[in-house]
Design a protein around this ligand. Sequence first.
Ligand SMILES: Cc1cc2nc3c(=O)[nH]c(=O)nc-3n(C[C@H](O)[C@H](O)[C@H](O)COP(=O)(O)OP(=O)(O)OC[C@H]3O[C@@H](n4cnc5c(N)ncnc54)[C@H](O)[C@@H]3O)c2cc1C
Length: 400
Amino acid sequence: MSSWKTPDHASYDIVLIGGAMMGSSTAFWLSQMGYHGRVLVVEMDPSYANCSTAHTNSCVRQQFSNELNIRISQFTADFIRNINEYTGDERVPSIHFQTYGYMYMSGDTEFNTTLKELASLQRSLGAETEFLSTDEIAARYPFYDLDGITGGSINTKDEGYWDGGTVFEWFRRLARERGVEYCQNKVTGLRRVGGQITHVELASGESIACGQVVNAAGPRAATVAEMAGLALPVEPRKRYTWIFSAEDPLDRDLPLTIDPSGVHVRQDGPRTYLAGATPDHDPAVDPTDFSMIDDTWMEKAWPAIATRIPAFERIKLVTEWAGHYAYNVFDQNAVLGRHPDISNFTFLNGFSGHGLQQSPAMGRATAEWLMHGSYRSLDMTPFSMERIVEGRPYMEKAVI
Ligand SMILES: Cc1cc2nc3c(=O)[nH]c(=O)nc-3n(C[C@H](O)[C@H](O)[C@H](O)COP(=O)(O)OP(=O)(O)OC[C@H]3O[C@@H](n4cnc5c(N)ncnc54)[C@H](O)[C@@H]3O)c2cc1C
């Protein structure tokens, strides 16, 4: 392809493969931490039209089942609120953060118990998750039809929608201004000599020498890992999003409501709402497949939404899209840090649908790892590749 660009240098201290949210967060944090080495971001699609970051729903929650994931989201909230201090740059605008919360609905007493346990874990870490009876839900959100619902949990502190797109732009912009080079090219191979990657091979034909390599290739992460001879249990899985307008908008913000059917819906604009669902048949797909060919909307999503919120019987579909989760089939959690067999290949993968909100913490952790060989703020070692190699899942149960 003639639009490939040749990097400015023949060798770099760090090469990041993929320059979307995770690659750019890492590039930003390296620059923020004063890294002096030469950093190259290789990105095959600088329009970012097809990456996960472009198809996200951009929500953040504290309602995870895993303590580390809760702490990561708490850092995200702090980062969003104090972005000028974190970036040291007054030009960065304040980031829109709409904290209507997530409403996890339960349809049986067993799940009630799980939600209560999780709420108590989340509260012990500073979240404000409450378990509500159906009467309490009805009093706060009278628009729901609660037939079949036995309770629900909600947290309206630091949970809801945030403007991840603006943060992405500033990650990129600040990294570039501070000397990180972004190059439009595709990594087609990795030259491995024993336990080291020595060169990154580009679609344009060049081989670039590298000190360290980071796999930030999103749903294509397993393909990049394969180039180093490594297996990574991360698959591109298709996820649908629909935006609709309501003839009779609700009289208050709709929390991101997760129905027992798995369908979710939240406030988007003043009269528009965003819904999402997992197709019932959910195989690994080609990362170029964005088709909306199945009937998930008509057969699954809209019926569930209109049943739960009767006002949504009169709606108009405004737009829809398919995107890809980088889905970790092993334990639905991130894979971070090095592979035991290769000393300079770093994973930043497998975010399974919660990567946008994790990007500030994951980029910071990866920059720490690259600079110091250890984590300095949040300890991310539970996400290491070792757990996969050794068959020890580090589960995240709350995956939407
Ligand atoms: C429908 C949907 C809804 C979501 N909603 C949420 C949400 O509400 N909250 C949340 O936290 N997360 C959400 N996510 C997940 C989140 O969007 C992702 O986890 C996050 O954007 C991942 O960023 P990334 O940089 O790892 O991957 P990507 O954004 O996919 O970027 C990977 C980049 O690598 C590049 N690349 C790949 N291979 C190569 C190569 N060989 N050479 C050069 N470049 C390469 C690609 O071009 C791409 O730009 C959602 C995802 C989807 C699809």
